[in-house]
Write a protein that binds this ligand. Structure first.
Ligand code: IDP
Length: 164
């Protein structure tokens, strides 16, 4: 199994609904290492670059507004961005995140539990999770400067705590 890095975003709806703790707890079940973390006010340019592959979709404008938190305004107009690293990280984290459409997502996944479809038809699905290694690399470079990433350490050995 490959050791992979990926980008996770807690989107503005996740921030507004105070879901950060719940989301990080669920993600921690995969026992990955966080190697980058920050809050970001998303510019239109960053939003459009992040979702460039959807630029021809009818919902693109609303999607760009959504990731910028425009529908919520201050102080929810931000995302929390993380870079995780671990074995087979992308498939495992996407399973925990759930399917893109929150109504089709496993109800115990993050998107199934907390997502919704807005009246405008946008999937407000609480988290972003990179879809494959190439996209993950592109997204990490887009959202993080190299110096914001902790050296890619991989200390996954089980740690046994004893009283000795
Ligand atoms: P992903 O986020 O599961 O990787 P993408 O196809 O890259 O899926 O879509 C990016 C985001 O665009 C989704 O997370 C969701 O918020 C929104 N989205 C995708 N498809 C639709 C759609 O058919 N209707 C409304 N919103 C959508």
């Amino acid at each position: 199994m490959a050791i992979e890095q990926l980008l996770i975003l807690i989107k503005p709806d996740g921030v507004k609904k105070s879901l950060t703790g719940n989301i990080l707890t669920k993600l921690s079940e995969a026992r990955m290492v966080i190697i980058g973390a920050k809050a970001v006010k998303v510019s239109k340019e960053l939003a459009e670059q992040h979702y460039y592959h959807l630029k021809d979709k009818p919902f693109f404008g609303e999607l760009v507004d959504y990731i910028q938190g425009k529908v919520y305004g201050e102080p929810w107009d931000r995302v929390l961005a993380f870079v995780y690293q671990g074995e087979d990280a992308i498939a495992r984290m996407r399973k925990i995140a759930g399917a893109t459409n929150p109504e089709e997502a496993d109800p115990i996944s993050i998107r199934g539990a907390y997502g919704r479809i807005t009246t405008k038809g946008v999937y407000e699905n609480v988290v972003h999770c990179s879809s494959d290694p190439k996209e993950a690399e592109r997204e990490i470079k887009l959202w993080f400067k190299p110096e914001e990433i902790v050296n890619k350490i991989y200390p996954t050995k089980e740690v046994t705590v004893t009283n000795k």
